[in-house]
Design a protein around this ligand. Structure first.
Ligand code: SF4
Length: 298
């Protein structure tokens, strides 16, 4: 399906975030042509009264002035140089970035301001920006997370109709790590009964280790209104044998309890230990240490 691109300037670039592990996010685009069936952004779209069904990802807002606005915001005396997460509500390396280069310009702005940031993506296009990521990493803390929930061909094709193959993402991750970038794998979302089998989890962690990932973490699927209807409708077509179980599993709740998530987290932790996942970059790009305050001997 061809997407429509709406070039619309933005008034602000940095968004204050609540209830997450970070306080600020930055999304150069709104909407995502990858159209993953499990995409949690569908829930935000529903809350904002925008389509969260098959129409999600067919109309992409392009914030054409986002980098200039960001530069102004980063220069404010009140800005405390907190960490910014790029791509929390869209993939910043979806195909449009090839043409618009907004994510690249934003990274340049963050690097110029010596501001720490993280990027979440499924897009191999990030490799194009290795040079700016390297420069940014020399000035502030930078982390890239590649989302790779599964290496299973059928699960990937069925749930992520627009993304690049997971193994291609890992090849790119290796190039980033070899280039000195701190890049990890986020196994998210894990689908109960579908992608949580021990051999599936092992396959991803092993491949992440081979690619040199500096870390691996996992999250189990959550289904908030907007994502829920869309995902369950697709599940009923693609895995009809799982449909009833999911209805029961997610009855009256969006987030699963520890009884389901705990074993998955424990299995991934164990695999992380077994494969000794750690930051083993040969070349570690990092900002110079803060100068130490010398105390005067009196
Ligand atoms: S790549 Fe990320 S933002 Fe894009 S549709 Fe998939 S989950 Fe949503």
């Amino acid at each position: 399906m061809r997407a429509e691109y709406r070039e619309e300037p933005c008034k602000s670039a940095l968004n204050r975030v609540r209830g997450m592990m970070f306080n600020w996010s930055l999304n150069p685009y709104m909407g995502c042509v990858h159209q993953c069936t499990f995409c949690y952004v569908r829930a935000f779209e529903r809350r904002a009264d925008r389509p969260s069904d098959d129409r999600y990802g067919t109309s992409i807002r392009v914030k054409i002035n986002v980098a200039e606005v960001l530069r102004r915001e980063l220069a404010r005396p009140s800005w405390a140089h907190e960490q910014v997460v790029v791509g929390a509500a869209t993939d910043p390396y979806q195909p449009a970035e090839g043409r618009y280069r907004l994510t690249r310009s934003c990274i340049e702005a963050l690097a110029d301001a010596h501001n720490p940031f993280g990027i979440i993506t499924r897009g191999p296009l990030i490799l194009r920006d290795l040079d700016v990521l390297q420069e940014a990493s020399r000035r502030a803390s930078v982390g890239v997370t590649f989302s790779v929930p599964t290496l299973d061909e059928r699960i990937w094709r069925t749930t992520e109709p627009g993304t690049a193959p997971p193994r291609q993402r890992l090849r790119v991750l290796k190039r980033l790590v070899d280039g000195g970038i701190n890049a990890s794998v986020g196994m998210a979302p894990i689908l109960p009964g579908i992608s949580d089998k021990p051999e599936s989890l092992r396959e991803v962690v092993r491949a992440a280790r081979e690619a040199g990932a500096t870390g691996v973490w996992a999250n189990v699927l959550n289904l908030r209104p907007g994502t829920r209807e869309h995902f369950l409708a697709h599940l009923a077509e693609d895995w009809p044998e799982e449909a009833e179980r999911y209805e029961l599993l997610y009855a009256r709740r969006a987030y699963l309890g520890k009884d389901v998530t705990g074993p998955v987290q424990a299995a991934v932790s164990e695999l992380r230990r077994e494969y000794d996942i750690s930051d083993r970059r040969r070349k570690k790009l990092a900002p110079p240490p803060e100068p130490e305050q010398l105390s005067l001997a009196v």
